[in-house]
Design a protein around this ligand. Structure first.
Ligand code: 3IO
Length: 336
């Protein structure tokens, strides 16, 4: 009796294991799970590009890789992002390099007033610059893509038509963009984009300097009824993975991600440029925002105030032992 039940139990176990082996799918879905941290809210462009990347990676790996996305600073915030990814608190992270200008000297050179016309051009130029110089700042991570915003404009509660109007005006900006505002005589106030909502509500700033899709995505058009089309200065972004995590991935997965690097930069730049047009139309329609364009004469006045910024950057980068002139020359060439 005992023998028989042992026999049937063994048979049952054998049958179960055989079934499991036979019916196991060739690729175990979701075998590799990666956490991707992002600092701004889900509807904004850095998170839209994150969701696009997630979908593409999951599709191209046939579900072998699954990406869990964390928008809105729910896993890591804007300033702790890079160190958090290096420490393994998230596998992947997205940063705005302008928030740590001293840390990303080479790649932040793209935020100098060098005439990047749109986000598509800026994104490809930034990625090329990164690939050529492989800056030290990224030695502890693996870069998955880079992209930039479209050129910056002044969004404000009061109209800015002349340099007199911007004098002393508190406007939110970070990194290279803050230097541009300062050169025009404004009072730049540094903070990450998500903090800007409250600063505008409370009135600690009278506006901001950034790409115009934020008028719609953050509903800044409700506070800023004026936009001055300065069209200069971009914000550079980087997406990267923890190095140990990268080294643990199979070669075919690594290849799929590397093949996506430039494609994702192009996709994000193109998406951003489209969102800008939509945001301008929406701001006019929904909030009656006035868009102020310069006369040729006024534009020359504003541009001439910025000339020293690149010269200063070259001097200080040279002092740090970087090939500063070559970097600037390369950015200008990549833009063409
Ligand atoms: C940005 C950052 C987060 C979400 C949307 C955004 N659009 C433009 C930026 C650039 C930026 O970081 C900034 O501070 O202006």
């Amino acid at each position: 009796m005992v023998k028989r039940s042992i026999f049937s139990a063994t048979l049952f176990l054998f049958a179960t294991v055989t079934c499991l082996l036979i019916f196991q799918p060739p690729v175990m879905a979701g075998k590799i799970k990666l956490n991707y941290a992002n600092f701004p809210p889900a509807p904004t462009f850095p998170c839209v590009q994150m969701e696009r990347w997630k979908v593409e990676v999951e599709k191209r790996t046939n579900g072998q890789v699954m990406i869990n996305t964390f928008p809105g600073g729910t896993l890591l915030g804007a300033k702790g992002m890079m160190d958090g990814v290096i420490a393994g608190q998230a596998d992947i992270g997205n940063i705005c390099m302008a928030y740590q200008p001293g840390r990303f000297i080479v790649t932040n050179a793209t935020s100098l007033p060098l005439g990047i016309p749109d986000a598509k051009t800026g994104s490809l130029a930034l990625l090329k610059l990164y690939e050529k110089y492989q800056p030290e700042a990224f030695k502890d991570v693996v870069v998955l893509t880079m992209f930039t915003t479209a050129p910056g404009n002044v969004m404000s509660k009061v109209p800015v038509r002349t340099l007199d109007d911007i004098k002393g005006l508190s406007l939110r900006a970070s990194g290279g963009a803050a230097q541009i505002l300062k050169a025009w005589g404004a009072n730049p106030v540094g903070m990450p984009m998500p903090a800007t909502v409250e600063a505008l509500q409370k009135g600690t700033v009278k506006g901001l300097f950034s790409s115009l899709e934020v008028m719609k995505d953050f509903k800044f058009a409700e506070y800023c009824k004026y936009v001055t089309m300065t069209e200069t200065g971009i914000y550079p972004f980087a997406v990267f993975m923890n190095k140990q995590k990268w080294n643990s991935l199979p070669a075919d997965v690594q290849k799929i991600m590397m093949d996506l690097k430039e494609e994702q930069a192009l996709w994000t730049g193109t998406y951003m440029d489209e969102q800008i047009l939509k945001a301008i139309a929406w701001s006019k329609e929904s909030n009656n925002v006035e868009f102020i364009s310069f006369s040729a004469e006024e534009k020359t006045k504003w541009d001439s105030k910025l000339e020293f910024i690149t010269e200063n950057w070259i001097n200080s980068a040279n002092e740090k032992g970087l090939p500063a002139e070559e970097i600037i020359k390369d950015i200008k060439e990549f833009i063409q």
